[in-house]
Design a protein. Sequence first.
Lengths: 251, 251
Amino acid sequence: MSKKPRESAAEGESEFLASYDPSKYERFSVAVDVVLVAAFEGDLSTLLVPRDEHPFKGQHALPGGFLRKDETLEEAATRVLRSKANLTGVFLEQLYTFGEPGRDPRTRVISVAYYALVDEARFRAAGERAVRTGRIRVPWEGETGGPVKVVDEKGRALPLAFDHADIVGMAVKRLRGKLDYAPVGFQLLGETFTLLELQRVHETVLGRPVNKDSFRRRMLASGQLEATGRAQSGVDHRPAELYRFARRSAV
Amino acid sequence: MSKKPRESAAEGESEFLASYDPSKYERFSVAVDVVLVAAFEGDLSTLLVPRDEHPFKGQHALPGGFLRKDETLEEAATRVLRSKANLTGVFLEQLYTFGEPGRDPRTRVISVAYYALVDEARFRAAGERAVRTGRIRVPWEGETGGPVKVVDEKGRALPLAFDHADIVGMAVKRLRGKLDYAPVGFQLLGETFTLLELQRVHETVLGRPVNKDSFRRRMLASGQLEATGRAQSGVDHRPAELYRFARRSAV
DNA sequence: TTGACTTCGATACATACGGCATATATGTAT
DNA sequence: ATACATATATGCCGTATGTATCGAAGTCAA
């Protein structure tokens, strides 16, 4: 607490303990971009918006919007989901903040990225609006977290605008990391599901097969599953039991 | 791609596919706050700056600064560490972005939080400047991620300015989560260390004792450790082998 | 009705790993 | 030299996961 004189002020840094008034400083555009993820048919899918203006005209971007004055970041992300995908009440979590000076050629934009998880039905409904969906092809081998390849229904590459490929890559990485300690797989399924369906979702996210019996045992032992007593229908083999996510009610 | 008319525009949202020019939108102050963490004497410690002006005068804040026009977020965090703690070359990673409208009573500030890890020696050197250090007391039981209690050397509570207690809590939570799958414990130690020292660091971060033998086996089997061949000195018992972090050179 | 077929779901067993106890090694202090 | 403290190695055991096998429960076709 003694007021020692500052020795050799580090490289002209002068705001050390200085009073700073936020309004004096540079101000930035703040955007929120959302990676809406679904898992079906063995692939991850994400919602994209085609850009019909410069920059990155003809490419695709993540749904996003600029932060408004009186809303929280999460409210902005919720608003983006509602306005661009007609979705409400979905799992939503902050992902990472991207702020490279050159990421938007027009002006500097700080983008707070969120990711959201929905089941196949809600994803398809959201995709029926004027937006476009893209399949995320993630390299199974090697590190994930860098840019990923996003393709359309026919497998053609969909180049992403800005640094959105990095954002998608980061979303996949985060999702994989959370899968085995957070109840996140359920978010990608409907109200009820069979154990095999849950397994397929996990395999899709992880990008590798998982052992069936171990997976079943682990899930049943986790206490997160609740048997409905009802069985699958419409299959030409023995129907599986339908489960639902146990919302911490029991136990 | 067909230009369908928008059906029942969701609640007056009008920026759907609309051209948006970032410069038209609200602009915000963007700050970077850094949780500088060290682990010694059984506690986590973090660097704090006493505030001598309103708001939160008399309380303590995390070292931080406002983002400048041409620097990246990480560069800003690096600059904060250099200018306020005289530290360079430390482990630094983005933590979370806090943007509640009321978090700074003066004006709205979006804060991108980072956390940095240093060993005891560098932390003490940083703490000898005009800044203050606080011990992080984290409740061992229950959830972590919310606000934590930060105390001074004498155990008195140090109230934190703004939402900085939440930021510290989030840093602890992140650190715990990363501990067993990322080589993050080494960042909290010096160049060489004994296995017991590494164990103490893990215990401090996790807030619970870990099994000695299992820990030793796991660490040695991880391939992240490299024996130096030298032994501890200055202890009045059998000295332990000194290890260093293996930087992916071998294997 | 019956049998082939498919998937579900249970059981048994081998293996890997962490928690735990104990024994031995290797240094310092007296 | 002896006592002592800690490091380090080894074995045991309970638990969780990987793997193989088998009966159960449906559909479908003859």
